[in-house]
Unconditional design. Structure first.
Lengths: 347, 347, 347, 347
């Protein structure tokens, strides 16, 4: 089958994915499933993988190279292992990004992404930028009727990352409160929609890009700011003392030290984007009693919930399609910020 | 009446409180109560007040000086305003440190210490290092039978600060988890006892002082460490991957950047002590999905709960008594770390 | 002033309210407030009060008669006691139905309606079917700009009863779940709107009346059933095993023993209406691990939240106006089910 | 191997289990595990199984007979399927009573006992009153060092049923509250210990049997009542208005309609025992805003937590041993209430 593989990490990102013919995956364990890829989302994390940002954590020796990238996958079941009961060939499915064991205590608590034995296809194991993709039964969710893989693939990772942050925020947000969403891109526009579905808060979307602010408007943000130099004061004035929750999809470039200053006493800052360093005096944390928390990709049940919202037309994903053979153009467009919505690779 | 007043802030802490005769407080509003002071706790925050650490927040002009210090007060009701119904002269009481309005939304949510109209006696208003002390009905809790003011005064602030942190931690801690308590002094020894009462976690007490480690042992810490240079590794090994919660009563001197490294994936770091600056890469926060939160003094209902635990003999406060006339010796002992347990000033 | 007073309880409801001239209320305590009534909602509970249903609980001797009825009040501040700081004459306000003390532990936990010293005007104390109404500062919420008393008065009791049930339900309802709302009248249509704002569940509205089903449709119920004899099976089929939550605004006439049969394993039944008796075998409760809970009028902060949703146009109250002089016609219409939406009495 | 099998249901319980030689179980699927039984608890549910109480739900045709009974099993791993990674032959283990799929949404939420594909050995499938027992990897928890199967087998079902109820209660119980535990037998004495570990409430143990009250005393109940005719009034007086939570391990014989009358406004009644019928007027539920909820056997992670408390010496199980060949004597003793603590069958 045709696949796009990564052969080396490159800090400067001059390297390209190699389009090559490789053997299709086959079933080797009773819980495995081969999925015919319908679409695979392209993610900013893919850029970071190529740059080697994740190398220390996931592949310190570089010994896992080469591998097929692509961790946001949807398609149709092609073949199943002997123990698989919940899906059958032909079923349209979306794939949770982690292959989790279902046995360890983290899995038992439902936090698949903490799985002691987790495998993350597309990062050290073969992913979905290919015609076929190998995963396990525990990763699969059947699509609702009338939902097609190409429309939903990026929900598998970008979508549930935004959903998880929004859901954690929603638990803290009563009617009359304010929630800042900073960065209205592929994740931010999902978070906005999820917040509006999950709670009665008022949203404040912040982005420097006029295009992103358009997106915020389209998805019903209650207030929209352009992230100028006085954004902290603007938020304090608008909210009467600070936002109850701030969700930060940037997490670098100094934004991470603007965000916690927007939070009111007793409030919460969720950081989802990464790259920067948070610096907070402990006296500020104590007097204001604020919380600062990282937020990771969502778990399996969160993907189930997001797929329901999507199937009911409550949460949409903006995307642009690229053929698998054009994947390196897609990567260039993503780097150059020329992509409209999420990029989706179609084999 | 005799009282100990602060006349100027002094960064070097050479200033002493002035013992002088001042008029006793009187009732001027229907909800006010005059308390005959039985005891008033001396707190590390008192040192910070004298140093002027709180000046910018609470008294930027210095115009509130002079005032009587003392914010951990217990005693007997002496006189009540016309609207007071829940206490009467002679009742033994402990005083929540804040005079809160009961009307603003923060009060309505039970978070008295966020009160929009709060007054904090002992910091910009007259406190309890005196024979009589003025507060309001909403601040008062009647003591259970057989409980005397001198045994409980420091619970009013130090106690509920530790209790609140322990209670927030307990909500996150199932049996089989680990909770680090760093700093086993006046607050830490209360937090240990509260954790043992409120949940089934295992506690790890950390302190460099042998005396503090003795205290940890006395109060049943399950593991005790001396906070040496490899403390992070020790905690990771003991816990199999990091503590589920870390409560930090130091919050400065570099401890604040050791603590978050002790936390396991999905875990929580509560910072209660202050003075330092937390510096965390956002990628660490996201990959490990940890939370870092400040924790403030407890609210009124938390003081009620702590008083019940204390009355039932489940939580004890260690203390040393000083006469009001010796308050400056008490302050010297606290500065020199010569005090055993909390200092309690008795008029 | 003119007022509508109840002079005797009457099981058969032949009694009418007496329109008479009585002295206007005056300020007698520092926290009291006189409100010029803009509108007062008429409630099914008013019928029950006249019938004497609440007599045993609230007025066993009948010694509190006569009193002015009306417990859903909104208007403008006319006069304030010496201690009142948060409102001033001329402010438009809505009145939480309970005068709570703010001192007892129930108030401190925010559950004003459990107040140890609560007074409920309109039931044993003078209410708002009059030109002026006496309450206390703690009961008042200032109206947002552009909100007028006549549009919101019934939110003060009917509204927050529905809101509280919906909020408790929303905490249990993830996207993909189902929530039954049974009885789409004055409370049910508010509950539907609140559910849609507070969580991502799917709603199933059930009512025997075609008019009520119209209302359900107008307010966006996802499924609408007519409550026929096979309603339990219909719900099980629609939901694939039972509703996650059922909210019952009837609570009598056998409905109360239909509702718990609609709940799936692990689900919740909230009963808001009353009059009947629930009979459940314990083995059914245990095997299915269902919860059955009463839900009362909301607390003060819940009214604040509902007023925000209302001011933002997210939750509307349907109503019909009657002059105070026509209050007995309004009562007749309510009894005869001829009223469209909630009845609102305007002095 | 030797095994005790049930060949027919009998309402009058004259039937005995048949001791016979049957083939030992063997591995037929990659996730299966054969356990050499160390001990198997005997449970009141076993009596109900023999009586046919569960027949309608679990075996309406009676077509599953005969089968080996016994659903509280602990022992040593004897053999494992090809996919099993977390245990190996020789490991000492306790078995969660349900074989759950790990794939359905209920399993993903951690509620194994709601599993869509669950099998309950000992009730329609072969259980552990035998030398060997077949289960699956997902049901197994390795025992901590120094813990032996015979000491813990009944924790597998009786233990986690009590633990789950206590844990749900503990979430509602602050210091200063009261929790009634009604029925201090095999489950009740575990619930008492768990409550004392999990929260700072005060416990009130109620039992008519002097022996049970002794047990309550041994395990530190704060108050002990004999369940006489004025028990409702006693509880109201002791608690100042009713218990915050009542846990009922009887659930029949009228006890179920005494329990909800002991609950204070805003409180909760958990019913664990079964056989009776709860009858509550809806007006009582609404005015008092009480909740009534069934509580089932605990899930896997709850068993993990309970095993930690047990290994640390915080929760003990009282038991009496019987040889497998004497199982019918054990059943007679249980029926005649002659058994001290839980009965444990040792093959």
């Amino acid at each position: 089958m045709q696949a796009a593989t990564l052969h080396q990490y490159d800090k400067d990102m001059n390297v390209q994915l190699k389009l090559e013919n490789v053997p299709s995956p086959t079933i080797n364990a009773p819980d495995e499933v081969v999925v015919r890829v319908g679409a695979a989302g392209l993610c900013r994390t893919d850029l970071h993988i190529i740059e080697g940002v994740w190398r220390d954590t996931m592949d310190p020796e570089g010994s896992l190279l080469p591998y097929i990238m692509g961790h946001e996958n949807a398609g149709w079941v092609e073949d199943v292992g002997s123990g698989v009961k919940s899906v059958k060939p032909g079923d349209a499915v979306i794939c949770h990004p982690l292959r989790s064991c279902g046995i360890c205590l983290n899995c038992r608590h439902g936090e698949d992404m903490y799985c002691d034995n987790g495998v993350f296809p597309g990062l050290g194991a073969n992913g979905g930028f290919a015609e076929y993709f190998l995963t396990t039964e525990r990763a699969l969710i059947k699509l609702n009727k009338n939902v097609v893989p190409v429309d939903v693939a990026p929900l598998a990772d970008a979508g549930i990352t935004a959903y998880r942050a929004a859901k954690r925020a929603a638990k803290l947000l009563r009617p009359g409160t304010y929630c800042v969403v900073l960065g209205i891109g592929g994740l931010g526009h999902i978070a906005l929609q999820c917040l509006h579905e999950l709670c009665g808060t008022r949203t404040i979307a912040i982005d420097r890009s006029p295009h992103a602010r358009e997106l915020a408007k389209k998805y019903g943000a209650h207030h929209i700011l352009d992230g100028g130099p006085d954004v902290i004061e603007q938020v304090h004035e608008l909210t009467g003392g600070g936002a109850h929750v701030v969700i930060d999809f940037v997490g670098e470039l100094g934004v991470e030290n603007i965000c916690w200053k927007m939070v009111r006493q007793g409030g919460q800052y969720f950081v989802v984007g990464y790259g920067g360093k948070i610096e907070i005096p402990t006296i500020h944390m104590v007097i204001n009693e604020i919380q600062v928390g990282g937020s990771l990709v969502g778990n399996f049940t969160e993907l189930v919930e997001l797929m329901e919202l999507n199937a009911e037309g409550r949460v949409h994903m903006q995307s642009s399609q690229y053929a698998l053979s054009n994947i390196n153009s897609a990567i260039s467009d993503l780097k150059a910020a020329k992509m409209v919505g999420r990029g989706v690779i179609v084999p």
